[in-house]
Write a protein that binds this ligand. Structure first.
Ligand code: 5GP
Ligand code: MG
Ligand code: MG
Length: 181
């Protein structure tokens, strides 16, 4: 598909992200101080950079697993279907679980994932999201930790894509379409 030309304006720098992750890791470390092994569950694909940086700041024994969910349908519909494209490899019953998401937008994805995982009876289930767009919420769900609350803008970088591009940017930026020549 031809892509309209666009530029990316930096919104959150790599330095700001790193500083925030240090703070979050300290809080998470206190929350899970008594764990014998935390299962950190990354939601593919957008959280892959965040989870990599986050686990390296955690001074805890961790296991890393991944889940891929995909939401379909029009965001204006009141009920959206969320499908699991790739499930966890490991069991989480009785375990301490931390779900790592890139962005909470309408909230459908996270609320579906939380429902699915809590049905497997973890000892503790918490959620961290790098970005939150509270203005877009349609489902009542809140992450336990948020990196940054942002306005309703389409963002890319630091693992987050625009049509599978720009995941490798070290910062978070917003997409701005430029005039066609
Ligand atoms: P929701 O909360 O609506 O179920 O969906 C959240 C997912 O939509 C996020 O995990 C992310 O994959 C995608 N998403 C939401 N906002 C943005 C955005 O600004 N940029 C990109 N690339 N994806 C987004
Ligand atoms: Mg996502
Ligand atoms: Mg995406």
């Amino acid at each position: 598909m031809p892509q309209r030309p666009y530029v990316i304006d930096e919104m959150i720098s790599a330095k700001q992200i790193a500083a925030r992750i240090e703070e979050l890791a300290a809080e998470i470390g206190r929350e899970y101080a008594d764990t014998n092994k935390l299962v950190v569950v990354g939601l593919l694909r957008g959280s892959f950079v965040f989870i990599a940086d986050l686990v390296r700041e955690l001074n805890l024994p961790v296991e890393v697993d991944f889940l891929e969910a995909s939401s379909y349908g029009n965001s204006t519909e009141s009920s959206r279907e969320v499908r699991i494209l790739k499930d966890l490899r490991g069991e989480i019953e009785g375990r301490d679980v931390l779900v790592v998401e890139d962005i909470v937008d309408t909230g459908y994805t996270l609320s579906h994932v939380r429902h699915l995982l809590s049905g497997r009876r973890p000892r503790k289930l918490k959620i961290i999201a790098l970005l939150d767009k509270p203005a877009r919420r349609e489902v009542d769900i809140k992450a336990d930790w948020i990196g940054f609350s942002i306005p309703d803008e389409f963002v890319v970088g630091y693992g987050i894509d625009f049509a599978q591009r720009n995941r490798n940017l070290p910062f978070i930026g917003k997409v701005r379409f430029t005039e066609d020549a």
